[in-house]
Write a protein that binds this ligand. Structure first.
Ligand code: GUN
Length: 291
């Protein structure tokens, strides 16, 4: 079994981007990070995005509207960022508080600044295999992890467990694309699928993004499979100072020995998401400079 080291691959990408940004003429790329509320995971993710941006030479603008902000108020904020020529990329951290319509906010972000890739236009471009848009960061990170680990999906059976807009659906489309590294045969399954283990056991490459701690057990994995664990779940653990530990959607101790390659949690997909966000932000800056 080989561990796919997301920290190492992400740091390679960050080094590449640092060199790209250093060579860019004019002002540095600028990323607006919008976080509403104090969800502890979101606080930590946004901080990570901020520090990684600083490492690369990307300017970040952290915007923390009050948790009581209305839908109209948040849409106005997005409109202002869309119109601001100093802002290249806009990210609204998900999940938003329940009183806000997250999908409407994702749609409000101008496609050319949608470095999260959640706008209808950018999701559509993934389906159309049009490279001019932005691919959502976690799915893009998964594809990059696979290609940089020597995993070619051509002719392989890729099973995606989970159908979210943020991961499951776009990663399935990417794996299916007619291009080098992709060309997979893709099955998407989810919590409502009958006899899930019978399907996941068919996977040459299993992408677990169902959002349930240690859901994938050894009986669900074909020996020799490549397993990508997208889950980041906080489970209570009294032995930890924080009171919790992070675990993926895969029961690592029993599944890992079966695998050809597997991503750990933490240190697998997570750091790649941030690296791909930076890549999208640099792309947004380059595209805006060319306009
Ligand atoms: N929450 C979990 N993953 C993501 C992501 O990739 N982007 C945003 N904006 N929120 C998230």
């Amino acid at each position: 079994m080989q561990l796919i080291d997301g920290n190492r691959i992400a740091s390679d990408i960050i080094a590449e981007l640092t060199a790209t940004v250093a060579a860019l003429p004019g002002r540095k790329p600028c990323l607006a990070l919008v976080r509403v509320g104090e969800d502890p995971a979101s606080v930590s993710y946004v901080k990570k995005k901020e520090t990684t941006a600083a490492t690369i030479g990307v300017t970040s603008r952290i915007i923390l509207p009050p948790v009581t902000i209305t839908q109209a108020g948040l849409e106005k904020l997005i409109d202002e960022l869309n119109a601001d020529p100093a802002v290249d990329g806009i990210l609204v951290q998900s999940p938003l508080p329940k009183h806000l319509d997250e999908l409407a906010i994702f749609r409000r972000v101008a496609p050319r600044k949608d470095v999260d890739g959640f706008n209808t236009i950018n999701l559509g471009k993934v389906a159309q295999e049009d490279d001019t848009g932005f691919v959502a960061c976690t799915p893009a990170g998964i594809m990059e992890l696979l290609s940089r680990s020597g995993v070619d999906l051509k002719g392989k059976h890729v099973v995606v467990l989970g159908r979210s807009l943020i991961v499951g659906k776009p990663v399935a489309l990417l794996a299916l694309q007619k291009r080098a590294g992709a060309n997979g045969t893709v099955t998407i399954c989810h919590s409502g699928t009958h006899d899930l283990p019978a399907i996941t056991r068919l996977a040459d490459v299993l992408i677990a993004a169902i959002g349930r701690a240690e859901f994938v057990t050894a009986d669900m994995v074909k020996p020799g499979a490549v397993v990508i664990d997208v889950g980041i779940n906080r489970v209570p653990d009294a032995t930890k100072k924080t009171g919790y530990r992070l675990t993926g959607d895969v029961h690592f101790p029993t599944v890992a020995p079966l695998c050809a390659q597997i991503t750990p949690v933490p240190g697998g997909v997570g750091p790649m998401t941030v690296a791909m966000l930076m890549k999208n932000t640099v792309k947004a800056r380059i595209l805006s400079a060319a306009m």
